[in-house]
Design a protein. Structure first.
Length: 463
């Protein structure tokens, strides 16, 4: 296991065991929005920036941490060349309506787009810096879709998506975060904010102003998805977090109460996700590249890349459609949402392999969506290759996860659910007869014929 994977695993474990620190939202508007978001179940995450030109891991290749591999490149030269990628970024094939159409066809119902990643390059029209896609220094600035964030929000809203913006609290291009006078040993601010309070305040003001641009100039935003969990107040900086992030010990308090209050001026029901900073401004939790083992007692979402990378890599290996559908079902059965990421290419196109999988997932969702959308967990949640969900009308769905080329079983034991109506059952997408009968320990489903379905088969049951 790589250092980075170990780091993620530890942080996820720490995050998922911190429910005592999780503060449930009490504002009625936000509680309502959270419930609506939980009904959507399946979202589309997009990591896209000028880094797609090199096909490297987004932003992180300019960070001096042990797990970063630059293949022997001189660090100073590498950072200089990386930060100049804005001058060659020209994704002329970008079609926001097509992206929204593909995501809608996949059955996705909300979107989270990287308006700014850690490298500081802005994919929106900001007045706070010239380091943006709309500045004349970027060749794409003359394109009608130059304000990529605006174009995507418009396209996805036309498809009735809930919209979210990813924003990095860290900015490795800003001189008041990574000050040019000193080395940058890791992801953190490279000076002690307590010794240079005016400098840190300038960075806080810069961040505040950029978030204000996004939440005040881009219409109704549903989710503010903040990354960079190492930027947090002292009262949330645990010993474990300090150890595993290699934190320098400097407190990086960016004043989230002030930011959240401002962000909700135009969006009073805005869901704020200050990732891994447990408390009032983490309205839901976001295990990364991981699925919890069991039901969690708070709103949550697994964010996961379809391939091995968050951002575009021309040689990336994508998870199979079968695996992705299994992940979706498993997550929903445990009460979570699935935010599936794709990294578009430097030309502005979605990778063909990703589109193929999204369309195949969509074909499955059109048949079986009743077991996913608007559902809630129901005991026993999972049992072997079975997963259970419950619709708002009380229908219980038993979802049988099939491996590649596996035939549907003729006998299925249902344990842990009481007072089911026996008799004939409906198999979604099939006319094959299925019968539910009682046994000494529960119930049994019998199917006499072959069921020519794949990935996951949904059976409707009533109480």
């Amino acid at each position: 296991m790589s250092f980075r994977k170990l780091l993620f695993s530890v942080l996820v474990i720490l995050s998922l065991t911190a429910s005592a620190q999780q503060e449930r939202e009490t504002d009625s508007l936000i509680v309502k929005k959270l419930s609506e978001w939980q009904d959507l179940k399946f979202g589309f995450m997009i990591h896209w920036g000028f880094y797609s030109q090199w096909g490297v891991v987004e932003s992180w290749s300019i960070c001096s941490e042990p797990w970063i591999d630059r293949h022997g490149a001189n660090y100073v030269d590498y950072v200089r060349d990386y930060q100049a990628l804005n001058k060659t970024f020209n994704p002329v094939d970008f079609d926001p309506d097509y992206w929204a159409s593909v995501a809608s066809e996949a059955g996705m119902r909300y979107v989270v787009f990287t308006a700014k990643h850690h490298d500081g390059f802005c994919m929106f029209d900001t007045k706070e810096t010239s380091y943006s896609i709309t500045d004349a220094s970027c060749p794409f600035s003359s394109n009608k879709y130059a304000d990529v964030t605006a174009a995507l929000l418009k396209a996805f809203r036309k498809k009735n998506f809930m919209t979210g913006l990813y924003f990095s609290k860290a900015d490795w291009h800003h001189q008041d975060y990574w000050a040019p006078e000193w080395a940058t040993p890791d992801r953190n601010v490279n000076y002690d904010p307590s010794l240079y309070p005016e400098r840190w305040q300038r960075f806080c003001d810069f961040t505040y102003n950029q978030i204000k641009e996004l939440t005040h100039n881009y219409g109704d935003i549903d989710i503010l998805w903040l990354d960079g969990g190492w930027i947090r107040p002292e009262n949330s900086l645990t010993d474990e977090y300090r150890q595993w992030l290699g934190c320098n010990g400097w407190i990086q308090d960016i004043d989230m109460p002030k930011i959240a209050a401002m962000a909700r001026e135009n969006n009073p029901d805005l869901i704020v996700v200050d990732r891994t900073v447990h408390g009032k401004y983490e309205n839901y939790m976001t295990p990364e590249q991981q699925i919890p083992d069991t039901l969690l007692p708070y709103p949550w979402e697994t964010c996961m890349s379809m391939g091995n990378s968050w951002s575009y890599n021309k040689n990336d290996e994508y998870k199979s459609t079968n695996v992705l559908i299994h992940y979706l079902v498993d997550i929903v059965a445990k009460g979570g949402n699935f935010l599936l990421n794709v990294g578009p290419g430097p030309d502005g196109k979605l990778p063909e392999d990703a589109v193929k999988r999204m369309k195949e997932i969509g074909a499955w969702m059109r048949v079986n969506g009743d077991a996913i959308y608007d559902s809630r967990p129901v005991y026993p949640y999972s049992d072997g290759n079975l997963r259970y969900t419950q619709g708002k009308d009380g229908t219980i769905y038993a979802i049988v996860l099939l491996e590649e080329d596996e035939l549907f079983p003729h006998l299925i034991n249902i344990n842990g659910i009481k007072k089911l109506k026996t008799g004939r059952l409906k198999i979604k997408g099939s006319k094959v007869k299925a019968m539910l009968s009682r046994t000494k320990t529960g119930y049994q489903i019998t199917v006499d014929e072959e069921v020519p379905l794949q990935h996951a088969v949904v059976i409707e049951m009533k109480k």
